[in-house]
Write a protein that binds this ligand. Structure first.
Ligand code: NAP
Length: 262
């Protein structure tokens, strides 16, 4: 299926690894020029080289910086000639117990996982509407739908973004002008972040890493973790011309882990 994206420009935040990288790969594979960001320059440059090899016809621009800071966002936006597609992503907040989180911890989580995507949406969607096409895909988490107790910072900050998107995506000055804003909610995906979490559980509990991973896999009806490529493919589809009628939705991609009917 031709997704109709050839020649468009995407800003894919936090994309040197994991789910963001999966999105950048899928979009570049569809002929989309990409600006990718991450804090660490070495992995970012390596990913940019991979993308250029994957899709020699597209332009790939790598911008090192922290997307949760005003400077990082300005650098990313400045590097993108025109943002047709915005993929919002950043590292997730740490796990823990809410009793241990002070105001600073909360502000950091809200800054990274709620206000940063909102700032980038604010900077881009009216331009998209003026051109009659735009896509915003926010990478959130299955924890928005099925909260995980030790991920309170994530549950809270991402739910704030989700509420904001629910209203904003439905504004006629966006939705009626070809702009869609949707959230993708990942379950367990095989990325550094997931493996890092398992490593810490293994260390604390004295279990072998393989045993911890196998136990988690058993909780997923699909019997495995998702891949960044599968995640990226969904993101690219949401950005397609064909997906223009999908507005303000929360799409869970979790191998069936969420046990509800809806
Ligand atoms: P990952 O494999 O650790 O990759 C994170 C990427 O984001 C890296 O490229 C990292 O590069 C970049 N990054 C992190 N913080 C950044 C910042 N402040 N500014 C710019 N770039 C930044 O993580 P992932 O698994 O893909 O997770 C992506 C998001 O999905 C996270 O918010 C995570 O909580 C959420 N999520 C993941 C899963 C899962 O199973 N993987 C499930 C639910 C939710 P640098 O470190 O060099 O900046």
């Amino acid at each position: 299926m031709d997704l109709g994206l050839r020649g468009k420009w995407a800003l894919v935040c936090a994309a040197s690894k994991g789910l963001g990288k999966g999105c950048a790969q899928a979009l570049a594979g569809e002929g989309v020029n990409v600006v990718i960001t991450a804090r660490g320059d070495a992995a970012l440059q390596a990913t940019a080289a991979e993308l250029r090899a994957l899709a020699p016809a597209v332009q790939v621009v790598a911008v090192a910086g922290d997307i949760t800071t005003p400077e990082g966002r300005t650098a990313a936006l400045t590097a993108c000639p025109q943002v047709d597609i915005l993929v919002n992503n950043a590292g997730g907040p740490p796990p823990g117990d809410f009793r241990d989180w002070d105001r600073e911890a909360w502000l950091k989580a809200v800054e990274a996982n709620m206000l940063t995507p909102i700032e980038l949406i604010r900077a881009t969607v009216d331009g998209m509407a003026g051109r009659g096409y735009g896509r915003v895909v926010n990478i959130t988490s299955s924890s928005v739908k099925a909260p995980i107790d030790f991920l309170g910072l994530s549950n809270g900050a991402r739910s704030g973004l989700t509420g904001f998107v629910a209203g904003t995506a439905r504004q006629a000055r966006l939705a009626a002008h070809g702009v869609t804003i949707n959230n993708i909610l990942p379950g367990s995906f095989d990325t550094d972040r997931l493996r890092g979490g398992f490593a810490s559980v293994a260390q604390k509990s004295g279990q072998a890493l393989d045993a911890v991973m196998a136990a988690r896999r058993k909780t997923v009806p699909a019997g495995r973790f998702g891949t960044p490529a599968e995640f990226g493919a969904l993101c690219a589809y949401l950005c397609s011309l064909q997906a223009g009628y999908i507005v303000g939705q929360n799409l869970l991609i979790d191998g069936g882990a969420y046990p509800g009917t809806f």
